[in-house]
Structures are given as structure tokens and as C-alpha cells.
Design a protein around this ligand. Structure first.
Ligand SMILES: Cc1cc2nc3c(=O)[nH]c(=O)nc-3n(C[C@H](O)[C@H](O)[C@H](O)COP(=O)(O)O)c2cc1C
Ligand code: SF4
Ligand code: SF4
Ligand code: SF4
Ligand code: FES
Length: 591
């Protein structure tokens, strides 16, 4: 059980199963995240022959029938299945189209048991490295695999490790970046909650490769379950001598320490993170020197993301060639994405690099939850870009995304339909980065505030000719004049929305219209007298008493009182209320 499942009520289902199975020869256990957030709580039935059946959205009252029909009578209940070996279900595409390396243990093993990890070749990679590989060979294997950092930058991991390896010094460190600050991203949390030992093993391999004696995991305090499972995993690894002095009888000694972060987005930036681990205020500093030369307490340090580390044991065990058969020429392997927003099957997926946005949204995600048309996909969180539906054939790899002005980022994917206002989306992300700026650089601190002021004016109907050009000019200056990635990339959502949805900006500025009818200052609600049945529903629901009218008589909205909350629009069963914007609005308001 991971956070998602627990939030959906998995504990109650587990308790019901425990009760129902107490006299049966069936083993009951917990697992981590299967990635199907949209179907939680999930119950998997695994047979002795290894066949898997996954029941979706299980409630405690369904447990009795699952036990009776599936476990006792061996008849899977097909209508409740999200997935079943040899059975076609509407959700089969969600699983069948994925390629699991990083998430291979997630939802499969018990994340709280080291034995469960050992059963799936856990700690075999570190054993192999210690026994038959030199540190240089480990670095060579990772370099050859083509693995690139999954934290957003995409820097080649093997190259990064070779820098730290070559840096002189007896004391070196490994740092795992588990800060995961992008709004809507939950890849790292899920990996840590579901397979913490994979990340520990990846860190050990990095430690062995660069010659470090200790590793730090910087994890946000908002992830209590991940922290709890990491602590348990570290204890268990120490008991079995995978961590500590002279690991597996070798000369290699390595320890792992957890540091909890307080949730500042900028602390995910590597130099700010290092300062935060040292107990100082988390503020980025100029590079060089890079952490590989002078990192934690001035010592050579390699810092990698959770997902990057989770790839490493698999590569060492199966070889670089097995890994780089997946992906594209310059983006090897697989990538985990957190599918969120307007999507039928929202959750966590792992796919080969190079898969198109369309395949992710339609085949794996099952299309838009609203049934509407795809308008845009935001990748890379607040540092990323909005990709329009017309570019949905773009492959998800570092180069292709960069070419269209977006970035892969850490793996957040926000799906939006036609009802979303792109100026409002840009404002949302810029507001986030503006609030998270550490304030060190003037361009980032003041520039993002000024850009936000302009966007606020535009969405309030006070946009002026020249605002778009001013935004573009400021964006370029902020990117150029900022010290760290936060300021350098903060304008990206604004730039990509201007690039692909310029007409929407124009409509806000020139026509005082919000084409998506979202910006409150630019819309009005009206009741169509010929359609209104006078059912009184809207007037009862309106929070400010703006609607008047007699029973069975057409109602009227007082535009002065209306705060455009949209409640009347959503409660009217007779679709008698319209939303207007721009010229249409002016005409309607003058009636
Ligand atoms: C503002 C900002 C926030 C960042 N947040 C994260 C984060 O939450 N997790 C992460 O792994 N990397 C984050 N990064 C990237 C890190 O600085 C660093 O590049 C990364 O941890 C390196 O690991 P990798 O090579 O395995 O990707 C952030 C960068 C910036 C500029
Ligand atoms: S760019 Fe922004 S977040 Fe980064 S150091 Fe400068 S002020 Fe701080
Ligand atoms: S809910 Fe609809 S039909 Fe009923 S009074 Fe309001 S506008 Fe008229
Ligand atoms: S939009 Fe909200 S405030 Fe305006 S009339 Fe409808 S319910 Fe009342
Ligand atoms: S089901 Fe695991 S994150 Fe939602």
C-alpha cells in the first residue's frame, strides 16, 4: 500500500481480507504502488503459477465474493477486473504498453521487507560490482548504457560519476535528490514508498563507483510514508551487511543518512540542496565549482535523482546493452511519468523514451476524462512548456521536447482539454515559481513578479497592446540574468503558451475575451428566459443572492452582485444558463 491506495481506503479492504482469509491457505501481503491511481484501492490475486489478476476500486463489501469465487472456486470475477493474465479488460492497454525497469518491483514486492526485495534479485547488483567489477568498470557500464539524469537536466550519469571519481580526496559523498518539488509530480514518492531498497542499492553502486563512504537522501518532510519505509529499509540493509563496514566482506564501507527537507522548491536545485543538508539556508550558488569537485562540506559529491538511482541496479545486473535497446538514439531507457489532469487513467506509468504524447494520452491514459478534445499537455512542471494538441505526435525524448520549446523535466504530465485558458495556465505556473524564488537574483525576484503583474492585468481585462512583446522581452532577460535553473526556466510556460496560443493572449488583450470562458473578469452568466423553467434551484444555490425570480417564471441574474462562481451554471438541469465573453458579453450585458 502506498499513499494513493491508503487515501482511497486500502487499509479497510486489507482488514476485510485479513478477516476473510484467516482460515484459508492463502498468503496475504502488502505491496507498493502499481501506478493505477484511478483504480485504487487495488487487490491483486497472484496464483502459484505466477498468473496475476488485479481487482479495481475494491470496497470491503466486495471482499467476500472475491474470496469465494476467485480464491475458493477459482473463477475470476471478470467484470471487476482491471487486469488479468489472458483476459482482455478495458484497462489492459494501461499495463501492456508499459516497459518496466524502474517500477519493476513497484506493486510487486512488499516494500517493508528486505527478503521480498532479495527474492527479485535485490542487492545482486552491488554484490556483482563488489566481487567482480572495479569502480571504473561500473562507471563505464553506466556511461555505455546512456543513462541520463531523471531529475530534469538529463546530464549523462556515467560522465557525472567519472568527474567525482577523478576528483582528488579521500572523503566523498553521494546525495539522492528526493525533494520532488514540481506540482503534480509523484514519481519519486511512489518509487521510495514501493521499492526503497532499489534506491539504496543504486546509491551504494554510486558510492562504490566514485569512492564515497556515505550517502545522504534529501527527502521532503511531506512524504512521511516514504521516510518511514526508507528508515526501515536502511535498518534492514544494515542488519544484512549491505550497508555499514566492510560490505559483504569487502573493503567497501558505506552508510546512508536521511535528511528531511521543509518543502522549498528551490532546495531541489543541487547547490541549494547541498547547503540545506549542511544545515544552512537553501540558496543556490554559482557553479563552478560543480558538486563533483566541491559538494557536501566541500568534498567531491555526486548528486542524482531518485529515479536515476533506481535504474542503476538493473543496468549493472543486466548490462548496458540490455538497457540501451530501449529508447531513442540520444535518450536511452525508459521514463516514469505522472499522468495527471484531465485524463481517464491518471497515475504512474513507465514507458520507453521516444513514445509519442498521443500514445501516452490516448492508448495508455484512455483519453480525456471530460470526453472533450485535447488542447495541450504541460510537461516538465513549472520549468516546462505547454505542448499543443497539434504536436501530439512529438516523441517524448530530451531532444524532441527541447526542439519544440518544452522539456522532459522530472516526468510530470498535465493533460488539458479545450475548457482550459492557456493564459491562466501560464499565470498558475509563473505564480508558483515567483513565490518559490529564493530572492538572490534581481531578474528572478523582481522580473517574475513583473511578468506575473502583466499576466494578472491581462486576465483581468486590463491588458494593453505591446504586453505580449513585453512578456517575451522580459522572459529572455530573466532567463539570461538568473543564477539557477529556477529563474532560467521560470518564463518557459509563458513563452510556450505565447508561441502556441498567441491568439488567446490577443483575445484577452484586444477583445477583452477569454475564449475558454475561464477568466472571471471577462465573462458573464445569463439566464435565457425562453429556456428557464423557474425551478428556483439556481436562486437557492447562488452564494450572493444575485438571482431573483418567481416560481415557474424566468429568473434574472443581477450582474452587479454576481461573483461569477459558476454554481448556477452547473446546477441548472435545463441548461438555461449561458456564459458569454468579449463582444457577445457586452451585448448581453446591455440588454
Ligand atoms: C529549482 C530547481 C528545482 C529542482 N528540483 C529537483 C527535484 O526536486 N528533484 C531532482 O531530482 N532534481 C531537481 N532539480 C535538478 C537538480 O538540481 C539536479 O540537477 C538533479 O538532482 C541531478 O540529478 P540527475 O542528474 O540524476 O537528474 C532541480 C533544479 C532546479 C533548478
Ligand atoms: S534564479 Fe531565482 S531561485 Fe535561482 S538563485 Fe536566483 S533568485 Fe534564487
Ligand atoms: S436552475 Fe435553470 S431552470 Fe431553474 S430557475 Fe435557474 S436558470 Fe431557470
Ligand atoms: S455565477 Fe455564482 S454568483 Fe453569479 S449568479 Fe451564478 S451562482 Fe450567483
Ligand atoms: S497508485 Fe501509486 S501513486 Fe497513485
Amino acid at each position: 500500500m502506498a499513499s494513493c491506495g491508503i487515501a482511497a481506503g486500502a487499509q479497510k479492504v486489507y482488514d476485510a481480507l485479513q478477516q476473510a482469509l484467516k482460515d484459508l491457505p492463502v498468503e496475504l501481503g502488502i505491496s507498493g504502488c502499481m501506478g493505477m491511481c484511478y483504480n485504487e484501492p487495488l487487490v491483486e490475486v497472484r496464483t502459484a503459477e505466477g498468473r496475476r489478476f488485479i481487482y479495481a476500486k475494491v470496497e470491503p463489501k466486495q471482499v467476500e465474493r472475491i474470496v469465494q469465487e476467485h480464491l475458493i472456486e477459482n473463477r475470476p470475477i471478470e467484470e471487476w477486473l482491471a487486469y488479468g493474465d489472458g483476459i482482455e479488460t478495458p484497462d489492459s492497454a494501461f499495463i501492456d504498453k508499459q516497459q518496466r525497469i524502474i517500477l519493476k518491483n513497484c506493486g510487486v514486492i512488499n516494500p517493508e521487507s528486505i527478503d521480498s526485495y532479495l527474492e527479485v534479485d535485490g542487492y545482486k547488483a552491488i554484490e556483482k560490482a563488489i566481487k567482480i567489477m572495479t569502480p571504473e568498470q561500473v562507471i563505464e557500464e553506466i556511461t555505455h548504457s546512456g543513462l541520463r539524469g531523471r531529475g530534469g537536466g538529463g546530464f549523462p550519469t556515467g560522465v557525472k560519476w567519472s568527474f567525482a571519481f577523478k576528483s582528488p580526496g579521500r572523503v566523498k559523498y553521494v546525495v539522492c535528490n528526493a525533494d520532488e518539488g514540481d506540482p503534480g509530480a509523484f514519481m519519486d514518492r511512489s518509487i521510495l514508498e514501493s521499492s526503497p531498497h532499489s534506491v539504496l542499492e543504486g546509491m551504494m553502486l554510486a558510492g562504490y563507483a566514485i569512492g564515497a563512504q556515505a550517502g545522504y537522501i534529501y527527502v521532503r518532510a511531506e512524504y512521511p510514508l516514504a521516510i518511514k519505509r526508507l528508515k526501515k529499509a536502511i535498518e534492514q540493509a544494515k542488519e544484512k551487511n549491505f550497508l555499514g563496514e566492510n560490505i559483504l566482506g569487502s573493503n567497501f564501507s558505506f552508510d546512508i543518512i536521511i535528511r528531511e527537507g521543509a518543502g522549498a522548491f528551490v532546495c531541489g536545485e543541487e547547490t541549494a540542496l547541498i547547503r540545506s543538508v549542511e544545515g544552512k539556508r537553501g540558496m543556490p550558488r554559482i557553479r563552478p565549482p560543480f558538486p563533483a569537485q566541491s559538494g557536501l562540506w566541500g568534498k567531491p559529491t555526486t548528486i542524482n535523482n531518485v529515479e536515476t538511482f533506481a535504474n542503476v541496479p538493473w543496468i549493472i545486473l543486466h548490462g548496458a546493452e540490455a538497457f540501451n535497446q530501449f529508447g531513442t538514439e540520444n535518450s536511452k531507457g525508459t521514463k516514469v511519468f505522472a499522468l495527471a489532469g484531465n485524463i481517464v487513467r491518471g497515475g504512474l506509468i513507465e514507458v520507453p523514451m521516444g513514445i509519442t504524447i498521443k500514445e501516452i494520452v490516448h492508448d495508455i491514459g484512455g483519453g480525456l476524462a471530460s470526453g472533450g478534445k485535447l488542447k495541450a499537455v504541460q510537461t516538465g512542471g513549472p520549468s516546462g512548456g505547454c505542448i499543443p494538441a497539434s504536436l501530439a505526435d512529438t516523441p517524448m525524448d530530451y531532444e524532441s521536447l527541447k526542439k519544440i520549446g518544452a522539456i522532459m523535466g522530472s516526468g510530470g504530465m498535465l493533460i488539458m482539454d479545450e475548457s482550459v485558458c492557456m493564459v491562466d495556465v501560464a499565470k498558475f505556473f509563473l505564480k508558483f515559481t515567483q513565490e518559490e524564488s529564493c530572492g538572490k537574483c534581481t531578474f528572478c525576484r523582481v522580473g517574475t513578479r513583473q511578468m506575473l503583474n502583466i499576466l494578472e492585468r491581462i486576465t483581468n481585462g486590463e491588458g494593453k497592446e505591446g504586453d505580449i512583446e513585453l512578456l517575451e522581452d522580459m522572459a529572455q532577460k530573466i532567463s539570461a540574468g538568473s543564477l539557477c535553473g529556477l529563474g532560467q526556466t521560470a518564463p518557459n510556460p509563458v513563452l510556450t503558451t505565447i508561441k502556441y496560443f498567441r491568439d488567446e493572449y490577443q483575445a484577452h488583450i484586444v477583445d477583452k475575451a477569454c475564449p475558454a470562458k475561464k477568466c472571471k473578469a471577462l465573462i458573464s452568466y445569463h439566464i435565457m428566459p425562453e429556456a428557464c423553467k423557474g425551478c428556483l434551484r439556481c436562486s437557492r444555490e447562488c452564494p450572493v443572492g444575485a438571482i431573483t425570480g418567481e416560481k415557474k417564471q424566468p429568473h434574472v441574474i443581477d450582474q452587479q452582485k454576481c461573483v461569477r462562481c459558476g454554481l448556477c451554471f452547473s446546477v441548472c438541469k435545463f441548461k438555461s444558463i449561458t456564459v458569454t465573453t468579449g463582444k457577445e458579453r457586452g451585448e448581453a450585458n446591455n440588454v
